[in-house]
Ligand binder design. Structure first.
Ligand SMILES: [Zn+2]
Length: 438
């Protein structure tokens, strides 16, 4: 009899402990996260809601939209016990444009509060915008040479999160001017077939609404005559091995080292130039035509296909993406226009290299220098000596390798030496955006 009483007491105690455990094992409410947390959204780019409950799990979720005093239920759903995390897209279809408040309420499976669970609430305010920006193109007659640059000027009906001219799958970014107009330097890349060139202005607002607009353009196709370069054993031993072994210490064979440098290091260096080209001043820093390296012959042209030979055999093909300018050894190198130094260091095949930003995505590059006289961040004036020519990097003799770049894309430097081309294609167009005095 006493044994039975003891047993029942033990059972009652166990039941109390179990009940207490069930009641108290989950005291924390679900966590609610909206992404984005606020700002502008659209029916196409609506917020997503993540609910996490690592105790008993999410039981019920309700999302209500409140607009102008009216409530619309967007979501009302039950979840099985143990639902630790869910992510639900919140559809805004059918809601009015303008401000909206989203009210979220969730409870978990905890037995607390007489079984009603731990509640969590969240309210967030958004603006619904389903309208894409309207684009008005102000510039007309875009004459583009293959491998050359062009400028588009346009206005947008609203703020843009991203805008520019799309060429192929590349977006050339536009820069907003004090007048409110957008200016975009873009290019017909040297290696794009003219038939594939269909530039268009694109603009995406902060809610993800995107619109595009065509441009009137005329293409002048160009051919780029090739050149043959003989890679001699002497060039391999006196240039490639001493200057480039450090990049690929595992390669013993000089010819193999040359090919690695000419292919892989070249690609890596061009990628760096592109990366530097993505940051540019929003205002033009240059004026007038660009200077040409004084008294220099041109041993290498822009977009020149180069065939590399060794012992009479073709060993490689690459394209020369700048212009080579040779005068006397260690000739002073002037900045070809005003701007700001954005790169001044060794850059593999380019050797000692300076990149000057002229604003609006326009940059110039100076390679193979024997001496650099400027530092990163320095402002420079047109004609200011930034260094001296040399043979650093992949150079067979003393010369300046000179690139003009549009948002990291190499373009033909010759256009920038021609005051008529600049007036017709650049400054007259920039004037449409209220940018004058160049
Ligand atoms: Zn060159």
């Amino acid at each position: 009899m006493r044994k039975l009483k003891l047993l029942s007491l033990l059972l009652i105690a166990a039941a109390l402990i179990w009940g207490g455990y069930l009641l108290l094992r989950d005291l924390s409410a679900p966590t609610l996260t909206l992404a984005p947390a606020d700002g502008t959204v659209s029916a196409k780019r609506s917020p997503t809601l993540t609910v996490a409950d690592h105790g008993t799990g999410l039981k019920h979720l309700q999302v209500t939209a409140v607009q102008g005093g009216q409530s619309v239920e967007l979501l009302n759903r039950d979840y099985p016990a143990g639902t630790a995390q869910i992510t639900e897209p919140i559809s805004l279809k059918g809601l009015q444009e303008g401000p909206v408040e989203l009210q979220v309420r969730a409870v978990d499976h905890a037995r607390i509060r007489f079984g009603s669970g731990n509640p969590a609430e969240l309210a967030a305010t958004f603006t619904i915008d389903n309208q894409a920006p309207q684009i008005s193109v102000l510039s007309t007659h875009h004459n583009v040479n293959q491998g050359g640059a062009a400028v588009a000027v346009y206005t947008l009906s609203e703020e843009a999160a991203e805008t520019g001219v799309k060429v192929g799958d590349r977006l050339f970014p536009a820069y907003r001017q004090p007048s409110g107009a957008w200016v975009c330097f873009f290019a017909l890349p040297w290696n794009m077939p003219p038939s594939a060139f269909v530039p268009k202005v694109v603009a995406t607002d902060r809610a993800g609404n995107q619109r595009s607009a065509g441009l009137f353009y005329h293409i002048s196709a160009k051919t780029f005559p090739s050149d043959r370069l003989n890679i001699t054993p002497q060039f391999l031993e006196s240039k490639i091995v001493p200057d480039f072994q450090q990049f690929f210490p595992e390669i013993d064979d000089p010819l193999e080292l040359f090919l690695k440098v000419n292919r892989d290091l070249r690609k890596e260096n061009i990628a760096k130039v592109f990366e530097v080209g993505q940051q540019s001043a929003a205002a033009p820093l240059w004026s007038g035509t660009f200077l040409r390296q004084p008294n220099a012959a041109v041993p290498g042209y822009f977009a020149q296909p180069r065939v590399y030979l060794h012992n009479g055999l073709i060993i490689d093909h690459q394209t020369h993406l700048g212009i080579d300018l040779a005068s006397t050894a260690r000739a002073p190198v002037p900045a070809t226009n005003a701007g700001k130094v954005v790169f001044a260091a060794d850059l593999g095949i380019y050797g000692n290299c300076v990149i000057i930003d002229h604003g609006l995505g326009l940059q110039t590059l100076y390679g193979h220098l024997s001496q650099i006289d400027v530092r990163n961040g320095d402002p420079v004036t047109k004609g200011q000596i930034i260094g001296r020519t040399g043979t650093s990097g992949m150079a067979g003799g003393d010369h300046l390798h000179y690139d003009v770049l549009v948002s990291g894309q190499q373009v033909n430097p010759i256009e920038w030496w021609d005051p008529n081309w600049i007036r017709n294609n650049v400054t007259d167009k920039l004037a449409l955006a209220g940018v004058t005095g160049l």
